[in-house]
Design a protein around this ligand. Sequence first.
Ligand SMILES: *Cc1c(COP(=O)(O)O)cnc(C)c1O
Length: 419
Amino acid sequence: MHHFNYRQQVLYAEDVDLREIAAKVGTPCFVYSQGTLQRHMKAFEEAFKGLDPLICLAVKANTNRAVIATFAAMGGGVDIVSGGEMYRSLASGVPAGRVVYSGVGKTIREMEMGLEKGILMFNIESIQEMHMLNQVAGRLGKKAPVSFRVNPDVDAKTHPKITTGLAVNKFGLTMEDAFEQYQVAKALPNLELKGVSCHIGSQLTQTSPFADALSRLVDLITKLREKGIQLELLDLGGGLGITYDQETPPKPAEYAATLRNTLEELGMRPVLEPGRALVGNAGILLAEVVVTKKTPVKNFVVVDAAMNDLMRPSFYGSFHGVQPVQIRKDQETITADVVGPICETGDFLAKDREVPRFEPGDLVAFMSAGAYGYTMSSNYNSRPRAAEVLVSGEKWAVVKQRETYEDLCRGESLPDWME
Ligand SMILES: *Cc1c(COP(=O)(O)O)cnc(C)c1O
């Protein structure tokens, strides 16, 4: 569900005509619906009601401070994977006590930062990391709250680039190692055992892999209890899928229903780290058609957005709906590739898609671009990064300025021998 709908043949974000945003802000730009963000957060809250869940936005999906602040105002936390994400989250008003820190390569500096700020939990992903964190905490005179991220070796049945819970993936510890290392960690002076966590992949469209992962965690938790190790938090990661095209992923309520009994029996507080499910369908990428062209075998629609703005199609072959902002009367359709101006054949946003016969100047919306859209964008081909806009009802605001050409060169200099 989202709040991008047509009114008299014109696409609106909530109560705002997208033509107005394009005229004032320019294109390409990302437009987020705050009502949709809030609705998704509520769906998670209600699904896990009574279990005292901590719902943590996976910040890597969308780092905009206005987006993070929207969830923080509703009591949400964040799942972060870098010092930069910690900085952004705290700057957006997320209390440190609602920050969970995941990632296979936390540096000493990043560990110090988390300890100084007093975050909720470090999800440890290797044995070396455990010892490093223990040392860093000791040096600062602190106790580091930790969980181990375990790799339950379940098949998330999703795209190979976004599966993370298989034995061949770089994430987490095996169940056997985790069982052993909890006992080692218990004896380390500067660690406090807080929880256990896993994250098996992204864009999951079935509940069974989550249930499998949970049941493997239950085995571990039971064995740990026998050893006198009691954990308070059960972090199930993110990964719930969304509808980009024809997928029918479980709703948060269904997802929660498969886990509820087990969570109640364990009596542990669930921590959830949804990224895509919270923000994916709450955003679009708005672009303008530059030219159209026809080769002997194909039609192309060239727009002013490209793979540097929305990388998912070229990186994962992902699908994003292509919608005209204005539907014309008797609109003809053609089959075309919708592409950007970047000098790479891999630069496409949609392939062999039935689209309206666009003309230069037409506005196009690429749907479901709220997650892993702006955050994966780059300056490739010296393209300034797009603006970001947040809409709420009839109100809207630029929440990130479009980059300028000066921004592109910021920090660059010639070495002294060339001056
Ligand atoms: C990426 C990631 C998430 C979020 O994944 P989604 O599929 O966007 O929900 C959650 N937790 C961790 C540890 C991650 O790396």
